[in-house]
Design a protein around this ligand. Structure first.
Ligand code: MG
Length: 383
């Protein structure tokens, strides 16, 4: 049984005020359309996917999904229904039994939902995922509520909508272009086809407004991955240097020796951040051989690592720093260090932990030859 997907992505509109149509906007670092295509591909039951596009957006299309092995895109028409019809006509040579018609701006159709739609086609000409309306419905004119609308039996329709191919093709061909229908389930219904409702999903939202995009980002964030990185560093004490530790200067009779300001705590933190995104280590990004970093404020290394984390679409959830030395006493400076690190990372201070310990007089820290620091960074990477 051949199933093909037709994804409608010909809309030029963006209600966000920008130039880029919403299906090409980045969602967690990936165009919305790519999410939509990958969602259909994840079901593995589709033989082929055709996307209907605005030819003026061809470059954006190629950048978004050009590498996903799709059929050559076809040009859309002046309305959504015309675009769907062109998509359907274009897949006739594949002789599909069933077709899934999907919105290019709907990124989260999950395999279970798609499975329900396809399963319903055993018994019906068409199937549409729906979600019952749970809010009270009002008719609003201007700022005035003018009527209540009974919500009993009302559902919101989503995509992908599935159909027996020959039936939906004939329905589209027979449709009056002036009919003003809003989706393919209605095209089917007006042609007298039997359309079943199957359970949709609240998460299967359509990106229409900037608020939708933000909600989609949050959904992905919640479903994303937690990653951790660790860092460790040691610097020896030496004369003639101010002691920089945890991003602040601490009054002490000796400082730490190093090419930069030798802030051992921030160096461990940078390595933890880089480790969480598998982006090498501090020596790779800031080679000691580079004269630019002589005496450098290590805060700028933290800023750089934070920028790399952000570039992955990730955010720092928490950092935990342990400073290991006999002296100076760290406790009186912990709050200032945490505040400085929180500011560098752009996160709340309750996401920054600064701890200290001694090694009970043992080893190089016990002999007061230097300071060691270790750090753990936890980041949230969107799915
Ligand atoms: Mg170091």
């Amino acid at each position: 049984m051949t199933v093909v997907g037709v994804i409608v992505a010909a809309g030029q509109g963006s209600r966000f005020g920008g130039e880029t149509p919403k299906q090409y906007l980045a969602l967690a670092g990936k165009p919305v359309l790519r999410h939509a295509v990958e969602a259909l591909q994840a079901t593995r039951s589709l033989a082929a996917i055709r996307v209907v596009i605005d030819p003026a957006q061809r470059a954006a299309y190629e950048a978004a999904v050009g590498d996903l092995g799709l059929l050559e895109p076809v040009a859309g028409g002046s309305s959504r229904q015309e675009s769907v019809k062109r998509g359907l006509e274009s897949v006739i040579p594949l002789a599909p039994a069933h077709v899934l018609i999907h919105d290019g701006a709907r990124p989260f159709a999950d395999p279970a939902l798609i499975g329900r739609v396809l399963a319903a086609l055993d018994r019906h000409d068409g199937a549409v995922p729906t979600v019952p309306v749970s809010d009270a419905l009002k008719r609003v004119e201007g700022e005035q509520v003018t009527a209540a609308v009974a919500r009993a039996g009302l559902h919101r329709a989503q995509t992908p909508q599935g159909f027996r191919f020959r039936a939906i093709l004939a329905a589209h061909r027979a449709l009056d272009p002036a009919a003003g229908v809003e989706d393919d389930a209605e095209v089917a219904r007006q042609a007298g086809l039997a359309v079943a409702a199957v359970a949709g999903a609240e998460e299967n939202l359509k990106i229409t407004t900037a608020g939708d995009l933000a909600r989609a980002e949050r959904l992905l964030g919640a479903a994303g991955e937690v990653r951790t990185g660790t860092g460790f560093d040691v610097h020896r004490f030496g004369p003639g240097r101010a002691l920089k530790l945890g991003g602040i200067e601490i009054p002490f009779e000796r400082g730490l020796v190093g090419h930069s300001d030798a802030d051992v705590a921030l160096h461990a933190l940078v390595d933890a951040l880089l480790g969480a995104i598998a982006a090498g280590d501090i020596g790779h990004h800031f080679p000691p051989s580079d004269p630019r970093w002589r005496g450098a404020d290590s805060g700028q290394f933290v800023l750089h690592a934070a920028k790399l984390v952000a570039a992955r679409g990730a955010r720092v959830a928490h950092v935990d720093l342990t400073i290991i030395c006999e002296a100076p006493k760290v406790a009186p400076h912990r709050a200032a260090m945490a505040a400085r690190i929180a500011a560098l990372l752009g996160i709340a201070i309750d996401r920054v932990s600064v701890k200290a310990t001694t090694t009970e007089g043992l080893g190089f820290t016990g002999r007061r030859e230097g300071i060691a620091a270790q750090a753990v960074a936890t980041i949230m990477v969107p799915g």
